[in-house]
Design a protein. Structure first.
Length: 402
């Protein structure tokens, strides 16, 4: 265990949004390096919820809101998936009245409340000098807000959708793609045994990278993504043709959770609910597509309907240990964050661009949207990825920002 002789300051880490493999390696890298540089490290629990709920009273028990991190603690968790700090989708700038912590209820009585003032006071109460949020666009957007309010923030991008602007890579993406390919290959045996069309729904509310990369790697025949509203009859015809060409008489399509069919307008299948960020749920689009394929398949299969196998991969690609890339990149990102802090630099996002580690202004997170470039990478007639050349492309081909 590292003994801090003279503390330089305090660094706080939090993980927000959905969990992904690679979060614990990032926390480990930050903590070990920071301790050796004589910083104290605090882990804020449950994302933005922990720091928002702090009770500013020395007699109060805040042990469920934050914890002091040690080398022994992070070494135990550093090779595992998930986040031992836990996570939530809380955003302190949009807190429903019923979710306002008890100590603030006399002050915040609106239906939706902005508790940013309390978050800043709580960071000061804990003596936090630098804050390192690890998260996707929602988590990091609030990090941008805090930076605009004077908090020293250095951010790390995390999301299996890989859709944080400014970086070619977000923690969790490689493991997601790896697991998707593995599960496609696993489910092929059932699809082939029953001569069916396999419909797999994957994450990707706004960007189709998690469907595109496995399809390009040969895990599926076709994919449908949020960036292009597709014709379900065309998809069915292509999949029936793929099935006919396959000696085992099956075909595979990957469906992004945010994919939309022609004629759907703004309709989202599943429950008519929204999450805490106000995003509409897109539950069940894969199931809806599966039913459409069965409906149209007889038109292209001599009058006989082709049955489907529908599987929502969901948390199966989110859980478990990180792969090699999601063990190495978080280690590098954590050290990049410390490099900046040691130089007194903040307001930055650590990134991978053009195969090199770098950093960018943190407000790049809110400056644009990162989605698949349809013209460059998606064939709308074949409903699958296409490319002209791999030369000078990023590791994951269509994930660059240029």
């Amino acid at each position: 265990m590292v003994t801090i002789k003279k503390k330089k300051g305090t660094i706080a880490i939090l993980t927000g949004g959905g969990d992904v493999p690679g979060l614990n390696p990032a926390i480990r890298a930050i903590t070990i390096r920071a301790l050796r540089e004589s910083y104290q490290v605090i882990g804020l629990r449950r994302g933005w919820a922990g720091i928002m709920e702090i009770i500013r009273d020395k007699k109060a028990d805040n042990s469920d809101k934050y914890q002091i991190l040690t080398e022994e603690l992070v070494n135990k968790a550093g090779r595992t998936g998930g986040t031992f700090l836990h996570t939530s989708r809380t955003r302190p700038s949009h807190v429903l009245k019923e979710h306002v912590p008890p100590q603030y209820r006399d002050k915040y009585k609106n239906d939706v409340n902005d508790l940013t003032e309390e978050v800043i006071k709580n960071l000061d109460y804990l003596g936090v000098d630098y804050l390192i949020p690890i998260g996707g666009d929602d988590t990091l957007t609030y990090g941008v807000r805090l930076y605009s309010e004077g908090v020293k923030v250095v951010a790390i991008p995390k999301t299996m959708d890989n859709d944080v602007p400014g970086t070619d890579y977000c923690i969790g993406f490689s493991t997601c793609v790896t697991r998707t390919i593995q599960m496609c290959n696993t489910l092929r045996t059932s699809a082939g045994s029953h001569e069916r069309i396999l419909v797999l729904e994957v994450f990707g509310r706004y960007a189709g990278f998690t469907a595109m990369l496995p399809t390009m790697a040969g895990a599926a025949n076709r994919c449908v993504i949020p960036e292009y509203k597709f014709d379900p009859e065309l998809l069915t015809r292509l999949l029936v043709e793929d099935r006919e060409k396959n000696p085992s008489k099956y075909s595979v399509v990957l469906v992004s959770e945010g994919a939309m069919m022609t004629g759907m307008n703004d309709f989202k299948p599943g429950q008519d609910v929204t999450d805490v960020y106000g995003h509409s749920k897109t539950i069940g689009i894969g199931e809806l597509i599966s039913e459409k394929i069965k409906e149209y398949s007889a038109r292209y299969n001599n009058g006989r309907r082709v049955n489907t196998i529908y599987q929502q991969l969901g948390y199966l690609v989110r859980g478990g240990d990180p792969d090699a890339i999601d063990s190495i990149v978080p280690m590098a990102y954590g050290n990049l964050a410390l490099d900046l802090i040691l130089k007194g630099i903040h307001g930055r996002l650590v990134v991978l661009r053009n195969g090199r580690y770098d950093n960018a202004p943190i407000d790049v997170v809110t400056s644009t949207n990162k989605v698949v470039d349809i013209k460059r990478y998606y064939n709308i007639e074949r409903l699958r990825p296409h490319y002209k050349s791999f030369e000078f492309q990023p590791l994951f081909i269509m994930t660059g920002n240029s």
